[in-house]
Design a protein around this ligand. Sequence first.
Ligand SMILES: [Zn+2]
Ligand SMILES: [Zn+2]
Length: 310
Amino acid sequence: MFEITFLGTSASAPSARRGLSAQVVKHGEYRFLIDCGEGTQRQILQAGIGFRRLNRILITHGHLDHILGLAGLLSTYLRWEAIDELEIFGGRSSLERIGDLLFGVVLRGATPPMPVHLREIVPGVFFEADDFSIQAFPVLHRGTDCFGYLFEEAGRRPFLPAVADSLGIPQGPARRDLVNGLPVTLPDGRTVQPDEVLGSYRPGTRLVHIGDVGQTDDLVPVCRDADALVVEATYMDNEADMARHFSHLTASQAARLASKAGVRQLILTHISRRYREKDVQAEAQAIFPNTVVARDFDVFTVRRDEPAPA
Ligand SMILES: [Zn+2]
Ligand SMILES: [Zn+2]
């Protein structure tokens, strides 16, 4: 399961109610800040998320409304928040601009107390832990090197305790071995294969996060069957020409992507001050009913639905 906290949901400039783009994805002990618009530090504090473990940052693209907060965040880490290292992942051109901001403006030749790594990503899996991975995929927006991110848990075959009971498998190490795919020999001499006590394969939770984007045709495969799709909806259909011109989506376009890809939930963000939230939501819901427009400090738990027991 993943949890996503929205820290900023406004497009281009902040509004009284919405900060600039930033969100935190949590999985177990792992946390990833995605984008860091101006003002993100205060949102982090207000959301009650600690700074200390927030040392991995994924950048969708290098536009200022997504990166300016990095300067303030680094400045805070320099002064009083001890972290071991700071890792910022993004495309090459995004990292060039971030490098100018952090090394040119904030540090100006000073050596930070912890390593600051700018990690260039290319399409594909770039982060793996025991039970989940993060894959970057290219998206089309103004400029180059714009990426979306797929957070994916490893699939698994669940252990079936009732079957294990019926086979007389004792609690303890024998069951652990079977879960780990090893056959076990019981005290009475019978051998039990893992296949006998493991249910059918279940894919893990999939959370897709796409920042600013102007085209969705190529995104259906990566969004396919996602448990949640987070994507921008900067415009509404009555300004579709503006959306095209600035390489953003309308709420309808986002909803059509969700519908074509068969995702379970659509969460819209990067909302413009020119619209009312309920109008954006209604436009998307007409096409994809399970849509919400995220607000600052909204938290969503994303998990794979367990099939109903037979
Ligand atoms: Zn933006
Ligand atoms: Zn942008």
